[in-house]
Design a protein around this ligand. Structure first.
Ligand code: HEM
Length: 404
């Protein structure tokens, strides 16, 4: 006689609730207002379902909503692993990690230390003139037109150009990079996304081989020839690093720029403040980064672990939508208000703990330059039509038509 043993429930019924922002009509207007409704519920809950392939058949995944709790997850990399959280290599049936994001300690810190100097303030100062020139060129192209679709004119090409400059790639190849990025992140079918993932991999492997044969002093040459403990890093790690530098700084910057310019277009008084006093721009950048966390990260449990009264099991997936922390009323009074004079702008939009964004200083500089040049060169702008936004993957803006 066999005894049927019921599978123990993954989560207590009180913590199980469906949540799919992309199906919430409010999110089509503003993902941040729609997601902030979670703050009326439990700080940790379980979303049933298999819709996310990265949930690895667990029957669902956990979501952590509160700023403080998200920070705690991010700071504990021993328990919350980031191994293969993005799924980019799995798209093409492989399992190499993005470097250093998908490496856990202790390997993570070796690669992080290797890459840190590439993003030092001094390195970013070196890039400044080129990045500014690129912003100026893009704005000047549309300035006389009385308006533009911001994402196409600036939001997307600007960060791609910065990446290409960083990697030492010819700007004439920008169209190919824009096309790959679009298909990798927003391709209509899985096959289209996989094809882009493979094209990027092949391009980067070719680049690594080229820079090994003839180093040129750019970032690709550095990664291709880097050594750890006296040995050249394996090809797979060099690929993972170049790949992350490509995907890490494109959509994130484009999305934050998109939400920023949407806000400025909806609230011309904010533009007036920045035009009247450009010295406000660095504070404005901090407040906008605080208010518009665009990334949702994930972690896997390395062991059973009780977290704030909730029992996680080894292998469980925990999702951390930073856009929800951005609007946590426990951390920020009046969280939806964009206020350039806000006192507390500490945030986790760039994450926290060992994987805290290595490109955060570069990203801040990109935003500062973008705001300075737009405020100086373009007249006051407003929305020409309601913007189109999305809340899947990196939350972002698809279309933002501006007039001036
Ligand atoms: C607004 C712009 C950006 C945002 C919001 C952003 C956000 C993030 C977040 C949330 C993480 C941590 C993810 C996690 O722990 O799961 C991260 C890591 C990382 N980001 Fe960024 N990022 C931005 C721009 C950039 C840029 C411009 C670059 C480089 C060119 C970059 C390169 C990286 C790298 C290499 C990591 C991995 C760090 C590690 O694992 O130690 N990011 N970023």
């Amino acid at each position: 006689m066999s005894t049927l043993v019921a599978e123990p429930p993954r989560a207590p019924a009180s913590l199980v609730r469906p949540w799919d922002l992309s199906k919430d009509p409010e999110a089509a207007i503003c993902p941040y207002h729609a997601a902030a409704k979670l703050h009326d519920g439990p700080p940790i809950f379980f979303v049933p379902g298999e819709e996310d392939p990265r949930a690895r058949g667990l029957g669902g995944h956990w979501v952590v909503t509160r700023y403080e709790l998200q920070r705690e997850v991010l700071q504990n990399a021993e328990v919350f692993s980031s191994h293969l959280i993005s799924g980019f290599s799995r798209l093409i049936g492989e399992e190499w990690p993005l470097v250093p994001l998908e490496l856990d300690p202790p390997e993570h810190s070796k690669y992080r230390m290797l890459l840190n100097p590439l993003f030092s303030p001094a390195k970013i100062n070196e890039l400044e003139a080129g990045v500014r020139q690129q912003a100026v060129d893009l704005i000047e192209k549309v300035r006389g037109d009385g308006g533009c679709e911001f994402m196409e004119a600036f939001g997307r090409p600007f960060p791609v150009g910065v990446f290409m400059r960083l990697m030492g790639l010819p700007l004439e190849e920008m169209d190919a990079f824009l096309h790959w990025e679009e298909n990798l992140l927003r391709g209509e079918t899985l096959a289209a996304r996989a094809e882009a993932a493979l094209s990027i991999k092949n391009y980067l492997l070719g680049l690594i081989a080229l820079r090994r044969a003839r180093p040129t002093g750019d970032l690709a040459s550095f990664v291709a020839n880097a050594e750890i403990d006296g040995e050249r890093i394996p090809d797979e790690r060099a690929l993972g690093a170049c790949y992350l530098l490509y995907v890490g700084g494109l959509d994130t910057v484009a999305a934050t720029l998109g939400f920023t310019f949407r806000e400025l277009a909806q609230r011309p008084e904010l533009q007036r403040q920045l035009r009247a006093d450009p010295s406000l721009i660095p504070d404005a950048v901090e407040e906008l980064i605080r208010a518009f966390g665009v990334v949702t990260s994930n972690r896997y449990l390395t062991r059973d672990f009780e977290f704030h009264g909730v029992q996680f099991r080894k292998g469980d997936m925990v999702s951390i939508p930073f856009g929800v922390a951005s609007r946590d009323p426990k951390e920020y009074p009046d969280p939806h208000l964009i206020d350039f004079k806000r006192e507390n702008t500490r945030n986790i939009s760039f994450a926290a703990g060992p994987h805290r964004c290595i490109g955060s200083h570069l990203a801040r500089r990109e935003f500062k330059i973008a705001l300075e040049e737009w405020m100086q060169r373009a007249p006051e702008f407003r929305l020409a039509e309601p913007p189109v936004v999305h809340s899947t993957g990196v939350w972002g803006v698809d279309r933002l038509k501006l007039v001036w």
